[in-house]
Design a binder for this molecule. Structure first.
Ligand SMILES: [Zn+2]
Length: 950
């Protein structure tokens, strides 16, 4: 699945960095309900007296392992007029121990009848349910013998009003007609809301699906359609081919009136893109991209994509970013549809990456699946990592690696708090499972894989992961399986057959091999021991470097914000260190396994930079003048270091300010070099560190200092801003930077930019919105226009009529940043209603409003007032809810606000989320903001005064 946070933060870069700044997610822990005596409801063909309610025969949240599903025959009949559905599922099960009860999942389904279809007899069975665990028990009077049986269950339900299970969606045509559709979203635990099933990832089975429809609709599902059979009253039954063996969360079917376009890959897989009829003209880019990427993965993994087709569908109502259902990936419309006239390079980057992510899942996740949700990162960390790796090769013009580093910084933001958790974390109930879809599983997962790839070399890493996929196809895995596949790759059969032996990578004798092959040849290379330190403990290390002559003293300790020393002492990582020096740009490597160690340089150096290109997931503190030497280097000749290295220095020094290791004025001295900077990563990182400083003051009514700080940032980048032209020229990174800089300058009322934006907005309104604006500056022009009531109203009219998801996203971001408070309130209310504005966009809207200086109180009051409705719509523990909690509160910096937030969340009962990890994170972040502001404001004021506005 692609997280919505990812979707928004990655794809709408400019919006992200200003409006949605400083976000991330945090997992929560919800205590599971203790098992209480259960009064079960009885559904039975027989009449049972009320007094004889038997107890539920199972008391664990996980299903028994003694009954395994082999095959599901699923028939579904949705009614899009009455918004409900009926169904029959026949499950072939392998009973491995005699029992009287089969336990499986079912939620919010009305069970009509359950029977065994065993040869010779058909037995009606009692059905008990236990809603707290979302389970039913099918109970027989006789013992159910060992062996294979077929269990048939008839059921009915309403289409879900939320965004998961089998849920209702709708969209408006160009002519204003509303059309209804139904689609599925099952990951992680919602297949049980669509049909009774064994809804855990390790219960893989084959699925044969049949869906009844009206002639005006079509149905798409995981597999190709085999035939359509006409039924009485004009209805049609679509029969789909039997799937490969897969987990329940990957099942999908959509009933709609979409159109599609299609192409075939070089490997013979038919790819189709589906969208609502008015938008099918925007599907071409996604189709070409999917063809290219599926061919890439087919070749890279050297394991053929096993299905004959892959459909990509743009769904008008969709909560997360996208979903990897096998053979039928589903997306937000803005994640799939590209309008060459109106979409920006950020949109193109986002669409390409999200397709790369979902197609990578067809191997990582679908073919090989984590055993249980505690290792979700094996799916999501890999898919996120592969987004960058594959797009870098298939679409080099997108310069996708220019924003990989940002993902690691964002992961560290979350991972630096004591409310973080290890990548691999025990979870049991559905809310805990949903909370696993966070920055730690996705971004930290991807960053530690990137570190491992750098350590093992791309060749060694590739052989290892192919081995992992081959060995565990159609099965389930835990962390250890991956480490095993990545160890001793030179001794594997794959290496014998592959080019690693041939090109000398694995060496032969003392002189053979490459620089890295020693890792693979050594018996002591223990990938598991290294990686356990990164996946089984939370947080990350700070490496302290002290150079004395030729001696480099190294030490490690956990980097942790806050004041809890108990949470630091026992942590130890195996850190793949890299460094370059003023004397050598050749990367030197060293695996730090202990708390302290010493390296010897061949000669004395002026400066040393550790964590080259920040490929490692750690930060570095330079003592004994080490920072001063690097600051001097940046000011004298910043291009002596790569742009990633520069960005990492900016990030690291501000991280060190937060824990009092470096004084703020030293970090500010480092930022002075930014007046010469032109590369996207260091510039955006500079903004990411400096903008939150005035955001904290904004919440404390410190207008004078706030304005001085804003002036400092504007002056720092003034040269670069004034050099931007208002066009779509340049590389993708340059264009993203243009969007970013002009938006900042406009919001900060930089006169030349404001005047130009006002002129363009006026021309655009005079043309009634028909004039084409350069896509790189569209958001800037709209944001300026939305400052006035009349401009805002004009933009809203264009929004309501637009058929371009890219244009709609831009207009919506601009509307939500307007200073007209009544308009903001109106948007929030309409989004919650879901008629004029879509509820799927409420999360990003709320966070944008909270970034608006006129809106942050409104956003909090709205969240508080509608909490129960939000939770019922988006589901407890979902990334949407986490994002609201953290996004709305994470720039608060006063004790009063802390108390207000604490009091509200503290008053909630457990079932309404009081123990969500995101709430712990929100509180910790506000405490940290208060501490930071109290400690650093006097120093900041003195420093800014001494610069006299420079
Ligand atoms: Zn995913």
């Amino acid at each position: 699945m692609r997280n919505l946070v990812d979707q928004v933060q990655t794809e709408r870069t400019a919006v992200n960095l200003f409006f949605l700044n400083m976000l991330g997610l945090r997992l929560c822990l919800i205590l599971c309900c203790p098992l209480i005596p259960v009064a079960c409801r009885v559904h039975s063909a027989k009449e049972e007296p009320l007094a004889s309610k038997p107890p539920f025969p199972w008391n664990k949240m996980r299903l028994p392992e003694t009954v395994k599903p082999l095959h599901y025959d699923l028939f579904i009949h949705p009614n899009l007029t009455y918004l409900n559905f009926t169904g029959i599922v026949q499950i072939q099960i392998d009973v491995q121990e005699e029992t009287r009860a089969i336990i499986l999942h079912s939620k919010d389904l009305h069970i009509i009848r359950a029977t065994f279809l065993s040869p010779g007899h058909q037995r009606n069975l009692n059905v008990l349910d236990f809603p707290a665990f979302e389970q039913i028990a099918v109970v027989s009077d006789d013992l159910i013998s060992r062996g294979v049986h077929v269990l048939s269950i008839e059921f009915s339900a309403n289409l879900s009003e939320s965004f998961h299970g089998f849920y209702k969606g709708s969209y408006k045509t160009k002519d204003g007609e509303t059309r209804v559709m139904a689609s599925t979203q099952f990951e992680p635990t919602h297949a049980r809301q669509a049909f009774p099933c064994f809804d855990e990832p390790a219960f893989k089975a084959n699925f044969t699906i049949c869906v009844r429809r009206e002639p005006r609709h079509i149905v798409v599902s995981n597999m190709p359609k085999l035939k359509t059979v006409e039924q009485p009253r004009g209805l049609l039954d679509d029969y789909f081919d039997t799937s490969v063996k897969m987990s329940t969360y990957l099942v999908a079917y959509i009933v709609c009136d979409f159109l599609s376009i299609r192409k075939t890959t070089q490997h013979g897989v038919e790819i189709s893109v589906y969208a609502v009829p008015d938008k099918i003209g925007q599907a071409e880019y996604a189709l070409d991209t999917a063809v290219k990427l599926l061919d890439f993965y087919d070749d890279y993994f050297n394991i053929p994509y096993p299905l004959p087709k892959q459909d990509l569908a743009a769904i008008p109502d969709f909560q997360s970013g996208a979903m990897e259902n096998w053979g039928l990936t589903t997306y937000r419309e803005s994640g799939l549809l590209f309008d060459p006239e109106k979409s920006s390079p950020s949109d193109k980057m986002g669409i390409t990456k999200v397709i790369a992510h979902e197609l990578a899942h067809q191997w990582f996740g679908n073919l090989v699946t984590m055993q249980w949700w505690n290792d979700l990162w094996l799916n999501e960390g890999f898919a996120k990592f592969m987004e960058f790796m594959s797009v870098d090769i298939t679409h080099p013009e997108l310069q996708v690696n220019d924003n990989f580093l940002g993902k690691c910084f964002q992961a560290m933001e979350v991972d630096a708090l004591s409310s973080s958790h290890p990548i691999s974390t025990p979870v049991e109930n559905p809310a805990e499972i949903r909370e696993m879809f966070d920055d730690v599983s996705y971004r930290k997962g991807a960053c530690v894989l990137n570190m491992l790839r750098d350590f093992l070399t791309p060749e060694g890493f590739k052989i290892g992961i192919i081995r992992y996929l081959r060995q565990h196809s159609y099965q389930n895995t835990v962390n250890a399986h991956l480490w095993e596949s990545l160890s001793s790759v030179c001794h594997s059969d794959d290496a014998d057959q592959g080019r690693m032996k041939l090109d000398g990578f694995c060496g032969g004798g003392k002189n053979g091999g490459t620089e890295h092959s020693k890792w693979f040849m050594q018996d002591e290379l223990d990938v598991k021991a290294i990686m356990d330190t990164w996946t089984l403990q939370e947080g990350f290390p700070m490496i302290t470097v002290e150079v004395k002559g030729r001696e480099v003293r190294l030490s490690q300790q956990r980097y942790l914000k806050g004041e809890d020393p108990d949470k630091m002492s026992s942590f130890l990582w195996q850190v793949p260190l890299t460094h370059i020096t003023s004397h050598s740009s050749t990367v030197q490597r060293f695996l730090l396994k202990t708390k302290r160690d010493v390296l010897y340089l061949p000669e004395e150096v002026e400066w040393i930079k550790f964590n080259v290109d920040m490929r490692g997931y750690y930060i570095v503190h330079y003592e004994a003048g080490g920072w001063d030497a690097l600051i001097r280097l940046l000011q004298r000749n910043h291009t002596a270091l790569s742009s990633n290295d520069r960005a990492s220095l900016i990030n690291n020094i501000f991280q060190l300010v937060s824990i009092g290791k470096v004084p703020l004025d030293k970090a500010l001295e480092l930022t002075l070099y930014l007046s010469q900077e032109q590369e996207v990563m260091p510039v955006t990182q500079g903004f990411s560190e400096l903008v939150p400083l005035y955001k904290l003051m904004e919440k404390r009514d410190m207008e004078q200092l706030e304005n001085t700080m804003k002036g400092y940032i504007l002056n720092l980048f003034r040269g670069l801003i004034d050099r931007q032209d208002w066009s779509d020229e340049g590389t993708v990174s340059q264009r993203i930077l243009r969007n970013y800089l002009l938006l900042f300058a406009c919001i900060r009322r930089h006169p030349p930019v404001v005047t130009k934006a006002q002129q363009l907005f006026q021309q655009w309104t005079e043309s009634n919105g028909t004039m084409r604006l350069p896509s790189d500056v569209t958001l800037v022009v709209y944001t300026e226009g939305a400052r006035s009531e009349s401009g805002w109203d004009f933009l809203l009219q264009k929004y309501l009529l637009s058929m371009s998801p890219s244009e709609r996203s831009n207009i919506k971001a601009a509307l939500a940043y307007s200073p007209v408070v009544d308009k903001l309130q109106w948007m929030l209310e309409k989004s919650l209603e879901g008629e004029v504005l879509k509820t799927q966009d409420l999360t990003s809207l709320l966070v944008t409003v909270s970034r608006n200086p006129k809106g942050f109180k409104l956003a909090w009051n709205f969240t508080r007032a509608h909490w129960y409705k939000l939770v019922s719509k988006f589901d407890l523990g979902s990334s949407a809810i986490s994002r609201m909690v953290v996004g709305v509160t994470d720039q608060y910096s006063t004790q009063e606000m802390l108390e207000e937030v604490r009091k509200f969340f503290g008053s909630l009962p457990t079932e309404a989320g009081s123990e969500l990890r995101s709430i712990q994170r929100a509180l910790e972040t506000i405490e940290e903001n208060i501490r930071w502001t109290d400690r650093n404001l006097p120093l900041l004021k003195t420093w800014l005064d001494s610069r006299h506005g420079i």
